[in-house]
Design a protein around this ligand. Structure first.
Ligand SMILES: Cc1ncc(COP(=O)(O)O)c(C=O)c1O
Length: 303
């Protein structure tokens, strides 16, 4: 990860080694951080940030669950992200990571909106996260936490310990990725991606009540696939439905659309990336590059 030289920290553009915090920082001890993952796409002519306003809305909303306030307006964050791309002369597809977190607050667990916060944004060039020809996955022995323990809709630092456990287990067992079931034993999502299942040309994805994050790529794929004429629905999905499906793919800012070709060593469909998945990948790619007029309002031009 080659982080760009300039970062944005508490309202200022500074070189990255000047953006530091003390070891007493609350977020280091208790996971009280809120973050986003955003992609920008270089199409050899301009840089396009994908669904920037939607990412910033979720960024603010994630903190609300824990009374952690983002002390900059959405417009200030938006301008900071655009200007950071410009200051870093970014002419590569890249990943943008905004984060805010509780600073010096002692060992106090009574977090209120009075707790001091820091806000930072950094970026780095990024290509494919996964092999786009398809990856293998296993059903994790870890369940996705539900609303009885933590908020699945919050993109909070502490929540990701669950994702880390599932990822460690999948890698240890030789798989590329994990799939977590929810507390009711239905399919939830992957450690950092939502999941879609296709059977008889019908596209399904677990509802948010299966403890899935309200993914922005998930929403894009639901809208895009319906626009292409497919029936796409949110419904509870069982583990057995996965094994008998025609195609499965993951969605996420980092993963984009990634086919799953094997689960627990069993082929999905014919064990290759499926036809509908490929069609969606190709459309999604065009949209993110600002090359589809119908979805042009999903991208923000930088230069
Ligand atoms: C747990 C989890 N689920 C799903 C996603 C996909 O969300 P998005 O498409 O907004 O990146 C992510 C990544 O942000 C995630 O961390």
């Amino acid at each position: 990860m080659n982080i760009s030289k300039i970062v944005w920290f508490n309202g200022k553009y500074v070189v990255k080694n000047k953006a530091t915090v003390p070891i007493t920082t609350h977020a280091i001890h208790y996971g009280t951080s809120v973050f986003e993952g955003i992609r920008a796409y270089w199409n050899y002519n301009n840089l396009y940030i994908f669904r920037l306003d939607d990412h910033i809305s979720r960024f603010r909303n994630s903190g609300k669950f824990y009374s952690i306030t983002l002390k900059f307006s959405n417009l200030e964050i938006k301008n900071a992200i655009i200007n950071l791309c410009i200051k870093n002369k970014m002419k590569n597809s890249c990943y943008i990571r905004p984060v805010y977190f509780i600073g010096d607050y002692g060992i106090n667990l009574h977090v209120t909106n009075k707790a001091p916060t820091h806000v930072g944004i950094f970026m780095f060039p990024m290509n494919d996260l996964f092999d786009k020809n398809g990856i293998t996955a296993c059903i994790s022995s870890w369940r996705k936490f539900d609303d009885s323990c933590l908020f699945p809709l919050a993109k909070m630092g502490g929540n990701y310990l669950n994702s880390i456990l599932a990822t460690q287990e999948s890698k240890r067992n030789g798989y590329d990725e994990a799939i977590l079931l929810d507390s009711q034993c239905n399919v939830s999502e992957s450690p950092g991606e939502n999941i879609f299942v296709i059977k008889n040309k019908c596209i399904t994805t677990p509802p948010l009540s299966s403890s899935a994050l309200d993914g922005i790529t998930r929403d894009s794929v639901i809208k895009l696939s319906r626009n292409m004429g497919y029936t796409t629905i949110e419904k509870k999905i069982t583990r057995s439905e996965l094994y008998l499906s025609d195609e499965i793919f993951l969605t996420g800012t980092a993963a984009e659309i990634t086919p799953i070709i094997k689960i627990d060593n069993q082929n999905i469909g014919d064990g290759k990336s499926g036809k509908i998945t490929k069609e969606l990948m190709s459309k999604y790619n065009k949209i993110t590059m600002g090359k589809d007029k119908k979805f042009y309002d999903w991208v923000t031009k930088v230069y």
